[in-house]
Design a protein around this ligand. Sequence first.
Ligand SMILES: Nc1ncnc2c1ncn2[C@@H]1O[C@H](COP(=O)(O)OP(=O)(O)OP(=O)(O)O)[C@@H](O)[C@H]1O
Length: 244
Amino acid sequence: MSPLLELERVSLSLGGRSVLSEVSLSLQEGEMVALVGPSASGKTSLLRLVLGLVAPSAGSIRIGGELASVPGRILLPPDERDVGAVFQDLALWPHVSVSGNLELGLAAKGVPKAQRTTAIETMLSRVGLSGLGSRRPHELSGGQKQRVAIARALVTQPRWIVLDEPFTNLDVVLEDEILQLLASLLGERGTAAILVAHDPREAARLAQRIAVLEQGKLVQTGTRRELADSPASPFVRAFMRGER
Ligand SMILES: Nc1ncnc2c1ncn2[C@@H]1O[C@H](COP(=O)(O)OP(=O)(O)OP(=O)(O)O)[C@@H](O)[C@H]1O
């Protein structure tokens, strides 16, 4: 069976600078991969590529075996990639209620009103936000906002999601709670994920594999044990020791 997502020697240049260089990476159905690397190594750019927000300069991206992006062209637009996204700034729509934030994606998918209401209620209850559907994002705590962002990414039941360092601003206890919630939500639905992680604990909690980017190149991909036992670079060694 084809991988859910497959990048083949993908390069990206922006403003005349090479941002990613010949990255090959795959994501299997139900698999969770953590993407790590120093600042400016290209992690966010890689997520933008797989979401279909930007086209590669070279190489190709396949989704479910079908060509989704080729040099200079996005063949499959973001809303046809069956993917949910959670960004670092969460990007909740500020003027829309919590329920409204979840509803937009369902409406865009053509889900009828009655089913939308049920799906939203079920999802809000699953993330511990029952009864808060009519609040606006600014009326929520940081942890509650994270839950809304996760609920919004998952309410349409996508086959996979990407998360770009969404837990950086949480304290450790809260981060742990949210990671646990996310792990069970992804696990019970068999949703695949690519997660940009900033510490090895976070990576280990969710991901079966860790992929390391440095200066736009994929320097190592492997399990936590493989990276800890034979780190391919000083960054990988330090990261696995939890120093970064
Ligand atoms: N639109 C753009 N035009 C030119 N250069 C860009 C553009 N977007 C990103 N870059 C550059 O690409 C490189 C990779 O950026 P990216 O945001 O992907 O890194 P990152 O690994 O996610 O970094 P961080 O961990 O700091 O968020 C950086 O040097 C950045 O300055």
